[in-house]
Design a protein around this ligand. Structure first.
Ligand code: IFM
Length: 768
């Protein structure tokens, strides 16, 4: 088996994901799942030595660039991971010679990637090599690497060449321009570059330390270097004569800064940023790899204490949950509220680093309940991008804030207009999401409300949340159309969550959420009038809100077209869905996107086939609005028509199945979610992680099986664990307090997180 999940014993049990055999065909998978990061940067796990088909990648959160008419994306920054190693004149390369043993493992507990290889060169020389690297959680600008080389059956020279290579691209697109390449008097190197269009400076500085272990004792040694430079490239080359049995180590410390860093608070100049990077490098080097690792490990330990979920059940389930939490933390820019989480985190170039509804609906709940401060930061991103949303509304002839389907630095729309070629028609597929997938604005409003309910953070509402919320309500009020015949308000020509249906009228998900949001906007206005008159008056003045506008929102909410067949309980996904062609989906189940190999886009979009949860996610988000019978009727109707061709789908199905008491089906869907990135499919995540699906894993556990649900302003905990799970322990914040929840045999033990005092022990718990 290529991946081993449960490797790691004792304190590392279920904390290790290991690759047991190297194949250049699986590089993308492991580069993604083994990626390291700290929210400031994300580093794909390309190996030190280079192979065809690799995707070396490192991205800085929020640093966007646009190239030649394309949409903005996160540029791949200069590579610093590559080490070219010559062992007695033979190049270390696993495609040649013989691999005697191989093990690469990501330790989720400590955030470190380690690779042990024993390799025999074509000339018969055997060497043991260990590679270690981590992206510091304790200092977001620092990355450390260590390479240990031990000749087993020979003596001879070792040559290592490594440095910075800015010749990297984003799948061919060159974002970086030539800058400075320098070596300092103490032998550190640095490279500066700028992004082509956004003109952001990037500085990378590196220092080296060499250690030799002979006869059991280890000493630092000095080595001379040779400098090699090329376009956007500076490398140092070192030689050392190694004796059989000795152990030679190189530690490389890298310090990375960019002009958008929050420290600088403006687009910064080279004269300031270069010394900053070098100073930080100096501080880090004085500590050295081991101490830096201790600091990094301590930070991870503190984070795990706050967020960990302990699960007594199948090993893979525990590991999959940890995998999700590990990646949340490494992909989330907690340091800067001007940036949010991309659909692929910082682990790949898929979706170009853009932010979708994935953040608010799928990932944010984890932060709301676990790290409310981070959740606040993520919502502030939508505040900082209000100008872009207002602009989009204006350009489309609406009022208020219409959020971008894909958002980057400014909040302007960044969805590409065209996608890949339809293999059936040979024409590029027009991507309409940026124009008409508008539910994102309601999703953002929903997330704000949810955050507010769980945290009681009035200050956020007064200063930021209310403004976003009211501006979104205003957008919807200008977006809806009045249908005189039906005396109802409607929203036509949209894409709902299910992207296998386009240009539909009255998508139920969108309409219901808009109704909900307009009601809440009126409620919010009333609350502000009562709680903080000053704030309300300020908002009225700044946003020019008048009473009639609120009355209008109330009327629209009341008359919003929200389909529900009283007899069957069915909610039609959009007008006419039920009249569309029914097709046999069995050939396409479990084969993501395969329906598009057989059918044209037009055929797919005019059939009764769903890419992902649509009405089913509505049943989840507005769970209070629907009876169990309605949920069941819609589940029975839509679940068989859903292909789960979007990774956002299975976890939501797990939650609704759990709500309906079908725990076996819920568990099957939960496992499906876990396997999206972590499963045996070696091609599932070449372009990066599925961040929303990771959010879904957490939600399936907490909202689904643990039954933690915000219902009518209270927190209800009503668990129903899958058969193989004996116990789960998790932490949740609720209205300023932190709790430890232990669920065993479907009974809840609620403890105070700080004191450990048992507060309740019941079958079901409700917190006011
Ligand atoms: O936001 C999702 C969308 O729902 C389905 N396609 C992929 C997007 C990014 O994950």
């Amino acid at each position: 088996m290529v991946i081993s999940y449960t490797q790691g014993a004792g304190k590392y049990k279920n904390w290790i994901i290991a690759e047991n055999q190297f194949s250049i065909y699986n590089q993308g998978k492991f580069e993604t799942i083994f990626s390291l990061g700290n929210g400031y940067m994300g580093l794909r796990a390309a190996t030190e030595e280079s192979y065809p088909g690799e995707k070396r990648g490192c991205y800085i959160a929020g640093l966007f660039d646009r190239f030649d008419g394309e949409v903005t994306e996160l540029p791949n920054i200069p590579d610093f991971i590559q080490f070219d190693i010559l062992l007695a004149g033979e190049e270390f390369n696993l495609m040649e010679g013989k691999v005697i043993s191989y093990n690469r493992r990501l330790n989720l507990k400590e955030g470190i990637l380690i690779r042990d290889v024993e390799w025999e060169s074509p000339g018969g020389r055997r060497t043991k090599l260990t590679f270690k690297r981590f992206v510091s959680m304790a200092d977001r600008h620092i990355v450390c690497q260590k390479v240990i080389i031990k000749p087993v059956n020979y003596s001879g020279p070792v040559n290592i060449t490594t440095g910075f290579n800015g010749q990297v691209t984003n799948s061919g697109t060159q974002h970086l321009i030539e800058g400075n390449k320098r070596i300092t008097p103490n032998g550190d190197i640095y490279l500066t570059t700028r992004t082509q269009e956004s003109d952001v400076i990037l500085v990378l500085a590196a220092g080296y330390r060499f250690l030799l272990k002979e006869n059991g004792s280890e000493n630092e040694i000095n080595l001379k270097h040779r400098i090699r430079t090329g376009r956007r490239k500076i490398l140092l080359s070192f030689d050392f004569p190694l004796e059989e049995g000795d152990e030679f180590s190189v530690e490389k410390t890298v310090s990375i800064y960019s002009g958008i860093d929050i420290e600088f608070n403006k687009w910064e100049r080279e004269e300031v940023i270069v010394p900053t990077a070098l100073d930080n490098l100096g501080r880090a080097q004085r500590k050295g790899f081991d101490l830096l690792f201790e600091e990094h490990k301590d930070k991870w330990a503190r984070l795990w204490k706050e967020m960990g979920i302990e699960l007594t059940g199948p090993d893979f389930d525990q590991l999959a949950v940890r995998f999700a939490l590990y990646h949340f933390l490494q992909m989330t820019p907690t340091h800067d509220s001007r940036i949010s989480i991309a659909a692929k985190g910082l682990s790949g170039e898929g979706y170009k680093g853009h932010v979708f509804w994935d953040t608010e609906i799928f990932i944010l709940p984890f932060f709301i309940y676990t790290f409310p401060d981070i959740a606040r930061n993520l919502l502030l991103y939508r505040y900082h991008t209000l100008a872009g949303a207002r602009q989009k509304a204006k350009e489309n002839g609406y009022r208020g804030a219409m959020y971008a389907w894909e958002s980057a630095r400014t909040g302007e729309e960044t969805t590409p207009k065209y996608g890949h070629i339809d293999p059936v028609t040979g024409k590029p597929i027009r991507i309409w999401c940026g124009d008409i997938e508008q539910h994102i604005s309601a999703d953002i409003a929903y997330a704000i409300w949810y955050y507010f309910q769980v945290t009681d953070d009035c200050n956020f509402m007064y200063n930021y949340g209310a403004e976003i919320f009211l501006e979104i309500a205003r957008f919807w009020a200008s977006r809806v159309e009045y249908n005189q015949m039906r005396d109802s308000y409607e929203i036509n020509d949209v894409i709902g969550p299910d992207e296998y249906s386009e240009h539909v009228d009255n998508n139920a998900y969108t309409n219901y959420l808009v109704k909900w949001q307009l009601q809440k906007a009126v409620e919010l206005a009333d609350w502000l009038k009562e709680r903080n008159k000053e704030c309300w008056e300020r908002l009225c003045q700044e946003l020019e809100i008048v009473e009639e506008e609120l009355e209008n929102w109330e009327i629209i909410a009341e008359k919003m077209y929200t389909p529900l067949d009283k007899e069957s309980g069915l909610i039609e996904q959009f007008e006419g869905f039920m009249n569309q062609k029914e097709i046999d989906l069995s050939p396409y189940r479990g084969k993501i996107g395969s329906i598009l190999d057989d059918m044209s886009w037009e055929e797919v979009t005019s059939s009764q086939v769903l890419k992902q949860a649509d009405v089913v996610i509505l049943l989840y988000l507005l769970g209070d609005w629907f009876t169990r019978d309605i949920k069941k009727a819609n589940w029975d109707y839509y679940e068989p028509k859903t292909l789960h061709d979007s990774s956002l789908s299975p976890a939501i199905h797990a939650i609704i199945a759990a709500d309906l008491g079908d725990i076996e089906t819920a568990y099957t869907y939960f496992q499906q979610s876990c396997k999206i990135d972590l499963g045996e499919d070696m091609k599932s995540c070449d372009d990066g992680l599925h961040a929303a699906s990771l959010g879904g894993i957490w939600q399936a556990v907490v909202m689904g099986f643990a039954g933690v649900r915000l219902t009518k302003g209270k927190l209800r905990i009503n668990p129903c664990l899958p058969r193989g799970w004996q116990k789960i322990t998790l932490k949740i914040n609720w209205r300023g307090k932190k709790y430890l929840l232990k669920i065993e045999e479907n009974r809840v033990k609620l403890k105070d997180f700080n004191t450990g005092e048992v507060l309740m022990e019941e079958r079901k718990v409700v917190l006011p």
